[in-house]
Design a protein around this ligand. Structure first.
Ligand SMILES: [Zn+2]
Length: 477
């Protein structure tokens, strides 16, 4: 058996061969911290965590670096529409009448809380772009010295015509590359090619009032978004790394530009395996403020769900497949997770030996481009097997190093029955009304009342002895 990873560059699954023995140098393009991440963004982070955990499980020593972008990511960057570009940090800062640093601090705090609740492991190194301005300046200087970059009155640009095989990651033809791809003021008449992208913006023109600027050998200004990842990954992982990961929207612009910069500056191959995750949609629609379907982790908790139910939901789809979030799907994920906790809890306390046959099966799925949905199927198979309970327990706890579902705490995670007298008068009333509805065979009303009870963080079960109420699984249970 050997680990295979789908490489965007070759569009095939390739056998993984690390640069150095059993070590992995892994960079993940982290969030731009101008607002709290929604669950779509969190799914990308979960996918990276899942791959990192899998690599560790496969006995690699993983140096996992992830960044916070807190300057230079313009609104037009992802779509290559540079004319509309404004720094996302500054838009939020102006709207909320705060400094960009205050905006970033809040978004980072939210992000670290949310990722912790989803049981994502903290990166080996977490780097914040504004702490690496000197490294970016150094790299831009190399690009200028080697003639890959040029300076105009408004910015320093990377000259894409000089990059070797510039569009090889996306496979697009140069003509298909959107005009003005990357950043830069396309009204800059001194710009040589529309696809040239900015490495450094001067505090001039439309950026005259930029809130975050630094001095540089060429003048006051701020870095472009793409150079940040090139400079930070070089600092922590060296000129060449094993794995670079991010959302698939980064293929044609952000990662294409990172390759151009890093390889031109360093003169060696930048990344051996390019990994891209697909997106999450909500009710089959892209999440957007205008549709009003943006879901945050706090919304999930407010409805009484355990953040780990979302983790369990994420585990059910492969990272290269899209996933459709609905509240019904989350509800079944939570039920599935509770069921798993109940089964694990029923195995007792004695931890025996990890079963080799099931470990091999599980490993095979993980080694097949990190196939967590199939790894979950091995978990079910194991639980149904006739292995002794203590060995089942040992094996499933071993799998949990990848799954991250806190299965060692299964007993505490099982919802506890609450006697109706202990509930608040409001809930007690709902229970009484529901009993009346059931007595009158008004099942529609009964279902509506159940939904209200669930909304308050409880679960109701109908048993021969009447309704029983359980505390829904939540973060602190
Ligand atoms: Zn990046």
């Amino acid at each position: 058996m050997a680990l295979k990873i789908y490489n965007t560059l070759s569009k095939t699954k390739e056998e993984f061969k690390p640069l150095e023995d059993n070590k992995v140098r892994f960079y993940y393009c982290g969030p731009t911290v101008y607002k709290t991440q929604h669950i779509g963004g969190l799914r990308g982070n979960f996918n990276a965590d899942s791959i990192r955990r899998s690599l560790t499980y496969l006995n690699y020593k993983v140096n996992f670096v992830s960044n916070y972008t807190d300057v230079g990511h313009l609104t037009g960057d992802n779509i290559g529409d540079a004319d509309t570009g404004e720094d996302r940090m500054e838009i939020s800062a102006r709207l909320e009448m705060k400094t960009p640093k205050e905006i970033a601090d809040v978004a980072i705090e939210d992000y670290e809380r949310d990722t912790k609740e989803l049981n994502l492991l903290f990166p080996t190194t977490r780097c914040r772009a504004t702490d690496y301005i000197q490294e970016m300046v150094d790299m831009i200087q190399i690009l200028l010295d080697k003639n890959f970059a040029y300076q105009t009155n408004l910015a320093i640009y990377f000259d894409v015509s000089k990059a070797k095989d510039y569009t090889r990651l996306s496979g697009q033809k140069m003509e298909e590359q959107i005009g003005g791809a990357g950043t830069g003021d396309t009204t800059d008449t001194e710009k040589r090619n529309p696809a040239d992208f900015a490495l450094w913006f001067f505090k001039k023109g439309k950026h005259e009032n930029a809130l975050q600027t630094w001095s540089s050998p060429w003048g006051e200004g701020f870095p472009g978004w793409h150079i940040e990842c090139s400079a930070m990954s070089k600092k922590h992982l060296g000129d060449t790394m094993d794995i670079h990961m991010g959302g698939k929207e980064h293929i044609s612009i952000h990662h294409t530009n990172e390759i151009a910069q890093s390889e031109s500056a360093n003169g060696v191959n930048f990344v051996n395996y390019w990994v891209h995750n697909e997106h999450l949609v909500v009710d089959n629609k892209k999440m957007s403020k205008s549709i009003g379907n943006v879901v945050m982790l706090k919304d999930i908790k407010e409805k009484g769900f355990d953040p780990l139910a979302l983790r369990y939901f994420f585990l059910q789809a492969h990272y290269r497949s899209g996933q459709n979030f609905t509240w019904e799907a989350l509800d079944s994920a939570q039920k599935g997770l509770i069921n798993l906790y109940e089964q694990v809890a029923s195995l007792g306390n004695k931890v025996g030996e990890t079963n080799k046959e099931y470990k091999n099966k599980f490993t095979e799925k993980i080694e097949d481009d990190f196939n967590t949905p199939q790894a979950l199927a091995v978990v079910s198979e194991l639980l149904k097997s006739d292995l002794p309970n203590e060995n089942k327990l040992a094996t499933i706890l071993d799998f949990d190093k990848v799954l991250g579902l806190n299965l060692s705490k299964a007993k505490e995670k099982i919802p506890q029955e609450i006697s109706i007298e202990e509930l608040s008068p409001e809930i007690q009333n709902l229970i009484k009304e529901r009993q009346t509805a059931r007595d009158n065979k008004d099942y529609q009303k009964s279902d509506e009342l159940r939904a209200s009870i669930i909304d308050k963080g409880y679960e109701v079960k109908d048993t021969p002895e009447g309704q029983k109420v359980f505390k829904k699984l939540t973060a602190d249970s």
